[in-house]
Design a protein around this ligand. Structure first.
Ligand SMILES: *Cc1c(COP(=O)(O)O)cnc(C)c1O
Length: 233
């Protein structure tokens, strides 16, 4: 089932990309495996998916320990507290949720202590008016990127956002567009050590709109693994 889901998702991503004149190979699919276990991850690996997204540090730690496949890349996509940074440094491929200078400083320090030269991060932008979501406000994003860039072990590779809770994917378009424009503005500044290579946006219900608005990383759970049965911690 998972293999079929991945195949049809890839097909859909490909068609959407081509329809809006984009190269499908420039779009990375991250399988959001939170609440799912070893069996589902193994099936995805067989289908050729090596990028997995996790929201919770403890759950990430357990799964990472269970899989030794060196092709596997873990993405941390949940809210990150400074006291959990140590676990991620050196073991995660990309942190999607940098949202404060304090967190950047902690990543820099922990990387230094662990002998890790750089940690790749995306700055999470809070683009809706929902109080429940994390991220830096759009108007504070450029300043955070500038300041966080001074920590040389923190390598900023782009921006991440989530659309509003809604069934209508069009409701996500203003969020995605805003982040795309921020990315262009930051790229134009040419801040040393900062790349704006990635835009991480688009989930199961709104990835089509995200592709249209320039996403380079899609974070998709439900369309691959089905509905999450377990309650999220
Ligand atoms: C759970 C989650 C996703 C995946 O959501 P689906 O709707 O299941 O595709 C993507 N991004 C973040 C930050 C998430 O927490």
């Amino acid at each position: 089932m998972i293999a079929e889901n991945i195949a049809s998702l890839r097909q859909e991503i490909r068609e959407t990309a081509l329809r809006c004149g984009r190269d499908p190979d420039g779009i990375l699919l991250v399988a959001v495996s939170k609440t799912f276990g070893a069996g589902e991850i193994a099936e995805s690996l067989q289908a050729g998916v090596f990028d997995f997204g996790e929201n919770y540090v403890q759950e990430f730690q357990q799964k990472r320990a269970a899989f030794g496949d060196p092709r596997l890349r873990w993405h941390f996509i949940g809210h990150l507290q400074t006291n959990k940074v140590r676990v991620l440094v050196g073991s995660v491929h990309l942190i999607h949720s940098l949202d404060s200078l304090r967190l950047a400083e902690e990543i820099h320090k922990r990387a230094g202590a662990a002998g890790v030269s750089t940690v790749d991060v995306l700055v999470e932008v809070h683009t809706t008016d929902e109080a429940t979501k994390y991220g830096v406000p759009p108007e504070a994003t450029v300043a955070l990127v500038r300041e966080a860039a001074r920590f040389e072990r923190v390598r900023i590779c782009g921006l991440m956002t989530m659309g509003p809770f809604s069934d209508d994917p069009e409701d996500s378009r203003p969020s995605f567009r805003l982040v795309r424009e921020l990315r262009e503005a930051i790229a134009a500044e040419g801040i040393p050590g900062v790349s704006m290579e990635h835009l991480s946006m688009g989930m199961t219900h709104d990835y089509g709109v995200a592709i249209e608005e320039g996403a380079t990383i899609l974070r998709i759970g439900t369309a691959i693994f089905g509905r999450r049965r377990k309650r999220e911690p």
